[in-house]
Write a protein that binds this ligand. Structure first.
Ligand code: SF4
Length: 512
């Protein structure tokens, strides 16, 4: 029987199809072996009708590599679509826009939008991390382009022709703390709200977590296809993931020791890794995922074929395989109660009423009071301050007032003088100084055990803090319905208070 090759979009959106992508990692240099290898493997994949697209990574691990666009056109010409990782770490919004035009012109519509790993290595030292837009803002930008981007120039509005990007987003259910899991899920709501058309999971080996995400998406009717991540796990990579060297990927101690023990049962290490991956394929299909993406270091086409063939063969027995993916984090949080019969979840959420901290800091309360009485629309002092702010704005008092705000916020929050302050929406934490990736719309995927990806053991993730503070006030649910536009750099080194009262800050820009 001949199998028809479907487009990635058709395979993802059609409930009767199961999308399959294979992730390849372009390396540093323009004509190195890594690059030739990507082309060779893509050529083989193009002949397999089950593989809908080749995924190309974008400077993974914060290191330089050839841009995925450089290879995507070649791959496309071989007869297989690409799914390009589109990260926010190395480019500002103009570069993002330029790249999107180039991708649209080249007919490369499939993008997986993500924040990206923090930059680590580059020419003459560590590169400057950009993070001008976060993943939610980038998805919204792409969606605006899909609807015909409107740009104001010379008092006129120009509307650009609609693009046809098929953009998706990433979520990680594989987190230990309630605050981390919930901030991931709330950010998923934000991503879907602004236009993400499918969700791909981070790497993990906990079937109950995969099931939790499936049930969460169904419970909240997000109507978004889900794609599971299958990583063919070698021992060296497992050890790195266990030590959290690869941000966001979780290998528990028990999984590591099971992998070690398994080594004795198999003569061939690769055979063991491939069989585990085929089993996960069967489980994900059984859990009603809409597709999988397969990744792993140095994989050959024959190995991908083995996973697909064996995975299909094992599928009818998938419930039996669930117990082989029982790797919870120590005291890890699950959104739903456990179903002891299946090892997965019931549809009843766990009781979260009494979890979380019992008090909030004096700092949080006092900032909250100032904001409530003076610094928000509808506050009792708002009309009076607005009146004075108008006067100060154009007077000699502007500079001293601006520096008074700056020094006050520097003492409390290491203010970076962006002039477009969003602190009050983030439980009075500054995303420009206190979040290494300047995220304005929720946590990136790299944090672990509540710590920031970039400062493990030193700084808590600001969104973990925010969830805990909001939960104490019973308003954590509001985290899933917010959208903060990017900072407007024309306001840099100006007073965000004057900008607010004189209607220049983000509150008066596109907040749709
Ligand atoms: S503070 Fe949180 S969102 Fe920001 S970089 Fe660290 S882990 Fe990521």
């Amino acid at each position: 029987m001949t199998v028809e090759k479907h487009s990635f979009k058709d395979a993802v959106l059609d409930k009767d199809k199961f999308s399959i992508t294979w992730e390849l990692v372009p390396g540093r240099g323009s004509n190195e072996v890594d690059q030739q290898n990507v082309i060779k493997l893509a050529q083989q994949a193009s002949l397999d009708p089950r593989i809908n697209a080749i995924t190309l990574t974008d400077n993974p691990s914060g290191k330089p590599a050839i841009h995925p666009f450089g290879l995507a056109e070649e791959v496309k010409n071989l007869g297989v679509e690409t799914l390009i990782h589109f990260t926010c770490k190395d480019k500002n919004r103009n570069d993002i826009e330029s790249e999107l035009y180039a991708l649209d012109r080249a007919g490369l519509p499939n993008l997986l939008v993500m924040t990206g790993d923090y930059t680590t290595e580059g020419y003459n030292g560590r590169p400057k991390p950009v993070f001008d837009l976060d993943s939610v803002q980038t998805i919204k930008f792409i969606e605006d382009m899909n609807n015909g981007l409107e740009v104001k120039a010379h008092k006129k509005t120009k509307t650009f022709p609609k693009t046809d990007f098929f953009e998706g987003a990433v979520v990680s259910p594989f987190k230990a703390l309630e605050s981390e899991v919930m901030t991931q899920y709330y950010k998923m709501h934000q991503k879907v709200d602004v236009g993400a058309k499918y969700i791909i999971t981070q790497v993990g080996w906990d079937a109950r977590k995969f099931d939790e995400l499936r049930k969460y998406v169904d419970k909240y009717e997000l109507n978004t296809p889900l794609i599971g991540n299958i990583y063919v796990l070698s021992m060296p990579v497992a050890r790195m993931m266990n030590k959290s060297i690869i941000p966001g990927a979780v290998v528990t101690d028990k999984l590591l020791s099971d992998l070690d023990a398994e080594k004795k049962e198999f003569d061939n290490n690769k055979e063991r890794q491939l069989l585990r991956s085929a089993k996960l394929f069967a489980v994900l299909k059984g859990l009603k995922y809409d597709g999988v993406t397969i990744a792993g270091h140095g994989l050959k086409y024959e190995e991908i074929k083995f996973i697909l063939d064996k995975g299909e063969e094992l599928y009818s027995n998938w419930q039996e395989l669930v117990k082989e993916f029982d790797y919870p984090e120590d005291n890890g949080f699950y959104y739903f109660e456990k179903d002891e019969a299946t090892g997965l979840n019931t549809t009843t959420p766990v009781d979260r009423k009494n979890t979380g901290s019992k008090s909030n800091s004096l700092f949080y309360w006092s900032f909250g009071l100032v904001h409530k009485f003076a610094l928000s629309e509808g506050a009792p002092l708002y009309p009076m301050i607005k009146f004075f702010a108008k006067g100060i704005d154009k007077s000699v008092l502007n500079k001293p007032f601006t520096y008074f705000e700056y020094y006050t916020k520097t003492i409390t929050n290491e203010c970076r003088f962006c002039g477009d302050c969003v602190m009050h929406e983030l439980a009075f934490q500054c995303p420009m100084s206190q979040c290494a990736k300047h995220q304005r719309n929720g946590a990136c995927g790299g944090g672990k055990d509540g710590w920031c990806e970039v400062y493990p053991g030193e700084k808590r993730c600001i969104y973990v803090n925010m969830y805990e503070k909001y939960k104490h006030s019973g308003k954590e649910y509001s985290m899933k319905n917010r959208y903060a536009p990017p900072a407007d750099w024309s306001l840099y080194k100006t007073s965000s208070w004057l900008n607010f009262f004189n209607e220049r800050d983000y509150n008066y820009r596109d907040k749709e």
